[in-house]
Design a protein. Structure first.
Length: 383
């Protein structure tokens, strides 16, 4: 494995929010990076759901992003503060679930576009990584689905829950699905619906069904904010919305396939609930609402460090219940970036820097998985 190298080349599989955050940090540090993404283009799939960032996740993201984009990041995120509350289906408060002091709401799609800023042709779309070969000189050759290949000093698998890099590196690593059925809905924010989430989040507990609602309220419309604050960055038009997740103990059945069918079945299940909750489901956006499989990674032991490593959901996929997946991916990215910067400056060897990253990343990542599984019981309704 190469060491203390100033011309180090880093290959990243996956241009999700974790892989792009790493790429931004490496470019900032003057390190050569290429990112390979399976999807054909940046906007080919709308990935817009709200994610909640905590102080540490946001700090890691800002550490990697160039300072000129910090103002734009602040403008296109929203507040996420106040009480999380538990209510009954008539919106009567049952109890408070804890206060969020310093949260930030971000839309994953907008964030991903922002994270592409300035990376140019360092990100190659339509080029899935299918595997790799470790070379005798310690470097790694990534194999691409289009038949191409590329050699680097380090390959970082940031290719999400179905990671091809993880499959080869850790063939025994398992990702499990939480039993039951979840739905992910998105509804445009109106004044009436805004009242459903006065604080950081609202959990509605019905019999056999629970509904978790969060608010994504952009401080400024993303496209306009980019035009004013960083005209070279193109952000999409996106309106504020409520993001909600429904947990059902049983699947909805084979005849609920399209979103209108799923929505109508759900409307039947919440018949008699407060009219604002019915309105929330009735007005859900067909293009951005869907069934959701909640997955989590079983813990893995540290492997022998080589020229291939992992980051984010590719190694520690977790249920969204702890709100830590993106936060942890950003913290992985910032940590790995710091380690690689030390190598780039000749202050550390590549293998020991990567090993140190892996040990801390595994500890933190799997602690967050465990926390997400613990908190999932808050959301899963009794049968
Ligand atoms: C409903 C929901 C709510 C959530 N809420 C929160 C929250 O409040 N707070 C929070 O911190 N987290 C939250 N998360 C989790 C968060 O979205 C993820 O943890 C985060 O997106 C992980 O980032 P990543 O870059 O590791 O993976 P991803 O974002 O999944 O990116 C992986 C990328 O790799 C690409 N790819 C896949 N295979 C290949 C291949 N073979 N070759 C090349 N490219 C490939 C994919 O197309 C994708 O672009 C939530 C998740 C869900 C589903």
């Amino acid at each position: 494995m190469a060491k203390g190298i100033q011309s180090m080349k880093v290959l990243v599989a996956g241009a999700g929010i974790g892989g792009l955050c790493l790429a931004q940090g490496l470019v900032r540090a003057g390190i050569d990076v290429r990112v390979f993404e399976r999807e054909p283009g940046a906007g080919s799939r709308y990935q817009g759901f709200r994610i909640g960032l905590d102080g540490l996740g946001l700090a890691a993201l800002r550490e990697c992003l160039p300072p000129r984009l910090h103002g734009l990041l602040a403008a296109v995120t929203g507040p996420l503060t106040g009480e999380r509350r538990l209510v009954d289906p008539q919106l009567k408060e049952l109890r408070q679930l804890g206060e969020v002091a310093d949260g930030t709401a971000a839309d994953r799609h907008v964030l991903r576009q922002l994270l592409l800023a300035g990376l140019g042709d360092r990100v190659e779309f339509g080029r899935a990584v299918v595997g790799y070969d470790e070379l005798p000189d310690g470097r790694v050759e990534a194999r691409l689905a289009d038949g191409g290949s590329v050699v680097g000093d380090l390959l970082v698998g940031a290719d999400g829950v179905g990671s091809a890099v993880r499959r080869q590196l850790l063939p025994g690593a398992e990702v499990a699905a939480v039993p039951g059925n979840a739905l992910l809905g998105r509804t445009p924010l109106t004044e009436r619906l805004a009242a459903l989430v006065p604080g950081a989040g609202t959990l509605v507990r019905g019999s056999g069904l629970s509904l978790l609602i969060g608010r994504m309220e952009f401080r400024r419309p993303p496209r306009l904010a980019a035009a004013e604050l960083a005209p070279d960055v193109e952000l999409p038009d996106a309106d504020s919305y409520l993001r909600w997740v429904v947990m059902l103990p049983e699947p909805l059945g084979a005849d609920a396939v399209t979103w209108p069918q799923v929505r109508d079945r759900l409307l039947g299940l919440i018949n008699g609930w407060h009219p604002d909750l019915v309105e929330l489901v009735r007005r859900s956006d067909t293009g951005n609402s869907s069934p959701l499989t909640i997955r989590y990674a079983e813990p893995v032991a540290h492997w022998g460090t080589g020229p291939v490593t992992l980051l984010g959901d590719a190694i520690h996929t977790m249920p969204p219940s702890a709100g830590q997946g993106a936060n942890t991916a950003f913290r992985d990215a910032a940590l790995l970036c710091r380690s690689l910067t030390a190598v780039h400056r000749g202050e550390a060897q590549l293998s020991s820097a990567v090993e140190e990253y892996e040990l801390r990343m595994l500890d933190r990542g799997f602690a967050a998985v465990a926390q997400g599984l613990d908190r999932l019981s808050e959301f899963v309704p009794a049968r």
